[in-house]
Design a protein around this ligand. Structure first.
Ligand code: GLU
Length: 323
């Protein structure tokens, strides 16, 4: 009897050790992104690709998950469901300060910044038959602001509010995911939709190449908004990237930056490995998406409002990018 018990304990211990050793071999981390027709999804893929090349050296494997966007990603990183998330710089700021979507939950103190990535524009596209050239022309129209987990939803609300349109009363607001918006625009079920995204993106290629003619709509008259929220900056939609779009000049709007965030709870060596592989192989990384064409290493350290994670900081100091 005693011997039997001893044997089962020994076997259980053996199984436990084997499992622990196997786990020690490879750490899995997941990067939360956005819809598959956005730029976050390929961005997560690009970051994972860089670090997975050195899988054996680091004992690390990164995978990518398609999600509802920035707000979802912050919350998932904070509750430990994801180790990393791609997040708009403005949402990173709001989460740190406990504003907007985090007003009730309060400041997300465990949020940590890793680096910034491509610029994103608050992009508004409408069916030509809706007759809108500027955001002000959308009064009374059916407009998709974005799903609640997305970054664009609050950008759309801010933009409408800035031009004196109450998104709750003056338009018919929808809350659909950006990946579904081009299809419902083509079906005639909405007049316009917002998507805060890098360019070019699959979503706007899809939206501008259907039978229903589509144009980008300018967002102007927002100087007060830009003053009030310093994380917003003027930008333009490069319409040449979308040959089907019914515009003949670049369209003015405002924008933010995509950033990579993590939690204070994610180990330094994991964050270090990801940072090092992206920065050490910067030229190769830049080739992975046309939205990265203007990226510089220095610009990748701008737009971060959360404290920089110590694992990333270790690399920036080693590389002489920070003191
Ligand atoms: N900016 C969008 C968001 O935060 C996602 C854009 C993308 O997936 O490229 O929800």
């Amino acid at each position: 009897m005693k011997r039997g018990l001893f044997l089962s304990i020994a076997v259980a211990a053996g199984v436990f050790m084997t499992v622990t050793l196997a786990q020690a071999k490879t750490q899995f981390v997941t990067i939360g992104t956005g819809g598959i027709t956005g730029v976050y999804y390929p961005t997560g893929g690009a970051i994972a690709k860089m670090v997975n090349k050195k899988k054996k050296e680091y004992g690390l494997r990164a995978t990518v998950e398609s999600t509802g966007g920035s707000v979802f990603n912050v919350n998932a990183v904070m509750n430990g469901d994801l180790e990393f998330g791609v997040v708009q710089s403005d949402r990173q700021y709001q989460a740190m300060e406990g504003l907007a979507e985090w007003k009730e939950k309060g400041p997300q103190k465990d949020l940590r910044a890793v680096f910034s990535i491509h610029p994103e524009s608050v992009t508004l596209a409408a069916a030509v038959d809706a007759g809108a050239k500027d955001i002000r022309d959308l009064k009374g129209k059916r407009v998709n602001l974005g799903n609640p987990g997305s970054g664009q939803r609050q950008n759309a609300i801010d933009a409408f509010t800035a031009v004196g349109i109450d998104p709750e009363k003056d338009i018919i607001a929808e809350g659909i995911k950006a990946s579904e918006a081009p299809g419902i625009l083509q079906d005639g079920r909405i007049d316009a939709f917002f998507y805060t995204v890098g360019h070019p993106s699959g979503a706007f290629k899809e939206a501008t190449s259907g039978a229903r003619k589509v144009r980008f709509v300018s967002i102007t008259g927002i100087d007060d908004l830009l003053k009030k929220f310093p994380y917003y900056a003027k930008s333009v939609i490069p319409v040449a990237m979308y040959p089907g779009a019914q515009n003949d000049a670049d369209v003015p709007t405002f924008g933010v930056k995509a950033t990579l965030v993590t939690s204070v709870k994610v180990p330094d060596d994991v964050v270090y490995a990801i940072t090092k592989e992206v920065f050490d192989n910067f030229e190769e990384f830049k080739k992975l998406h046309p939205a990265y064409s203007t990226l510089t290493k220095e610009a990748m350290l701008d737009g971060l409002s959360a404290p920089i994670h110590p694992g990333a900081m270790k690399y920036y100091k080693e590389a002489g990018l920070m003191k």
